[in-house]
Design a protein around this ligand. Structure first.
Ligand SMILES: Cc1cc2nc3c(=O)[nH]c(=O)nc-3n(C[C@H](O)[C@H](O)[C@H](O)COP(=O)(O)O)c2cc1C
Length: 290
């Protein structure tokens, strides 16, 4: 039996139109954000109720500033930033340039809180170092990308969604990231890769990552990834959405939190997911369709 909460908010409350902009200023969302920030080590971890999906070449500083004008409380994600890029920027540049260059990748205006830094990479030491480099900026959470199927990313060794094939490595990486930050660490993944698409394999991934590291929150893009060379756009279209995997995870790992992602394109879909028991929702605020 899937767990259904007794009281769920109505998310149409969150969507208040002002001019042509949609606002997400609901008291419920404000309350959820406040509760999230008041979490202490002794109280349970609360995932963001509503977050805007990370998008390479979209969710940069400018996009996030605009998003923050539209929504006061939604969680915002950076684009994926390769750990190695941050390290190269640090070692190849000097003095003020180093600061400016690194700030191109890591700086953000305080208004953008709550904000999550999404890292990409698979080298445990590099990810640890990247987490350490990001520490002074005050991100609210660090997330590891385990869902990107782009050949540019997944094709270069164990990176992006190919990380799902090595849960032990992800667990170790998440543990190393957590050792270098004092904010929650989270994973964004798919439900499988190619033929590795059984629910058991997904459970194995979640179980190993959460036992080897303090990761308590997974953002689940509820499609598998196909690594046969299809485009990232086709990888969002061809593999079918299997929300049943998402709800089964929420049922089978009661100590963990899961955010649903993939195909959440309308207020009614957000509401339907929350009513069905989703801990958090991550729609894609596609600039082309807003
Ligand atoms: C242009 C674009 C860039 C994306 N970049 C990232 C990224 O940097 N990191 C990431 O985890 N997901 C990225 N994604 C995936 C989205 O965050 C999200 O998981 C996916 O779009 C959900 O599927 P949907 O399009 O059906 O909603 C990107 C998606 C798009 C369309």
């Amino acid at each position: 039996m899937w767990c259904l909460p007794t009281v769920r908010p109505n998310v149409s409350e969150m969507f208040k139109c002002s001019s042509s902009l949609r606002r997400f200023h609901s008291p419920m969302l404000k309350q959820a954000t406040a509760a999230r920030f008041s979490t202490t080590s002794s109280s349970p971890y609360l995932p963001p109720l509503f977050s805007v999906a990370p998008m390479m070449e979209w969710t940069d500083n400018h996009y996030r500033t605009l998003a923050r004008i539209i929504t006061k409380h939604a969680w915002l994600y950076t684009e994926m930033i390769a750990a190695q890029t941050l390290i190269h920027q640090q070692t190849n540049l000097t003095g003020l340039l180093l600061v400016l260059h690194q700030d191109r990748f890591l700086a953000f205006s305080p208004q953008q809180h709550p904000i999550v830094l999404q890292l990409g990479g698979s080298n445990v030491e590099s990810l640890a170092k990247a987490a350490k480099l990001s520490h002074p900026y005050g991100y609210d959470e660090i997330n590891l990308n385990c869902g990107c199927p782009s050949p540019k990313v997944a094709g270069h060794g164990c990176f992006g969604v190919t990380l799902m094939l090595n849960p032990k490595l992800v667990g170790e990486a998440m543990s190393a990231i957590a050792d270098n930050t004092n904010v929650p660490v989270t994973v964004k993944c798919r439900i499988g890769v190619d033929d590795h698409d059984s629910y058991d394999e997904l459970c194995d991934f979640v179980y190993k990552v959460s036992t080897l590291s303090p990761t308590r929150h997974f953002i689940v893009h509820s499609r598998k990834a196909l690594l046969g060379g299809i485009s990232p756009a086709d990888n969002r279209r061809i593999p079918p959405l299997k929300y049943e995997y998402y709800y089964a995870l929420a049922r089978d790992f009661p100590d963990l939190k899961f955010t649903i992602n993939g195909g959440i394109t309308s207020v009614s879909k957000v509401n339907a997911a929350l009513e069905k028991g989703a801990h958090g929702v991550m729609p894609l605020a596609d600039p082309g369709t807003c």
